[in-house]
Design a protein around this ligand. Structure first.
Ligand SMILES: [Mn+2]
Length: 334
């Protein structure tokens, strides 16, 4: 409940704020928004950031330094983790309980497992950034804390695809207006998040689009990205973010899928698994397909990771799609 969360903020003095693994704009933007909020009510707040921040999100940091690890002997009154639905998504090296204190979850996903001692999850919110604004209002702050408008605006713009997705409600747009009134610059944020692509990323997009295959009578668009493609394009994994949306663009496709050869960062020798990202335009529920493959997500966006080769992953995906549609993909389709 929101009151429990506000009590944590009021009663503690020193906080740690973390994002989910491989932070995105909502996770990092809401973390920074919360940090500015905690400081505005006179508390100490630090960002835990053990991973490299993607280039497209560096503008959010605005002089803020993340802690790659916790200095010896430091203890927190509570640790907040933003935009996280499952324990497996905690950042690498997340400190133990004696260091973190109680763990507070602020999120807008359906939870996959029990995580956190105090949980505020609003599955109606378009972004975790929206939930943070509710905390700001709940704490009775008269205006948005200094430095919070841009990261919170970025969080919402990113998770709504630029106020385009079905999660965009009148309240979301009003909140966007409020954040712009408080100093967020729409073009600056959109440019950083969506429009500023390195040449390698465009080359990678071109290579990914070249793999497009249509299946199930045009109802499914499947693309892939391999380690070889990344190497040839001189691209890195961060650049794959959002590529699956191009599969969803195909007219007539109800589901877009991207199969991605993923090098496990924590495993020596670079063990490779396959990530399967799924998108729908709203009619198909891809969370059902992802769940059948031990993954999860929303109706319109879901994913899983399989410890198999990319070809085996495609076979398993197609088998689930056969079950989902109740029909076979016609031979020669594509
Ligand atoms: Mn989010």
């Amino acid at each position: 409940m929101i009151e429990d969360v506000l009590d944590v903020a009021r009663n503690g003095e020193r906080f740690l704020v973390a994002c989910h693994r491989r932070p995105d704009a909502d996770s990092l933007g809401s973390a920074l928004g919360l940090i500015h909020t905690l400081r505005a009510i006179g508390k100490e707040a630090a960002l835990f950031m053990p991973e490299q921040i993607p280039n497209s999100l560096l503008f959010l940091m605005d002089g803020e330094k993340g802690l790659p690890k916790i200095p010896d002997g430091v203890r927190y009154d509570a640790t907040w983790v933003m935009d996280i639905a499952a324990k497996a998504l905690l950042p690498p090296g997340f400190p133990t309980r004696d260091v973190t204190g109680p763990v507070v979850i602020i999120d807008h996903h359906h939870a996959h497992d029990d995580i956190g001692d105090v949980v505020y999850r609003d599955t109606d919110a378009a972004a975790t950034g929206e939930v943070v604004v509710r905390l700001i209002d709940g704490l009775g702050l008269k205006s948005l804390p200094e430095g919070s408008a841009t990261p919170l605006y970025a969080a919402i713009v990113s998770d709504t695809g630029g106020f385009r997705y079905a999660t965009t409600r009148p309240a979301t747009l009003r909140l966007g207006a409020r954040l712009v009134e408080e100093g967020a610059d729409p073009w600056h944020v959109a440019y950083q998040l969506f429009e500023r692509w390195e040449p390698a990323r465009l080359r990678l997009l071109s290579a990914i689009i070249a793999t497009l295959e249509m299946a199930f009578d045009g109802r499914v668009a499947i693309m892939r990205v391999t380690r070889e493609m990344l190497e040839i394009c001189d691209a890195d994994d961060d650049m794959v973010e959002g590529m699956v949306n191009y599969a969803r663009r195909v007219e007539g496709a109800e589901i877009g899928a991207l199969l991605w050869e993923w090098r496990m960062p924590d495993v020596a020798g670079g063990h490779i698994e396959t990530k399967v990202s799924l998108r729908s335009r709203g009619d198909a529920d891809v969370s059902v397909i992802a769940a059948a493959l031990n993954g999860g997500g929303h109706r319109a966006a879901a994913a899983t990771q399989l410890n198999v080769t990319i070809d085996q992953a495609e076979e398993r995906l197609r088998a689930e799609l056969v079950k989902y549609f109740g029909c076979d993909s016609p031979v020669g389709d594509g």
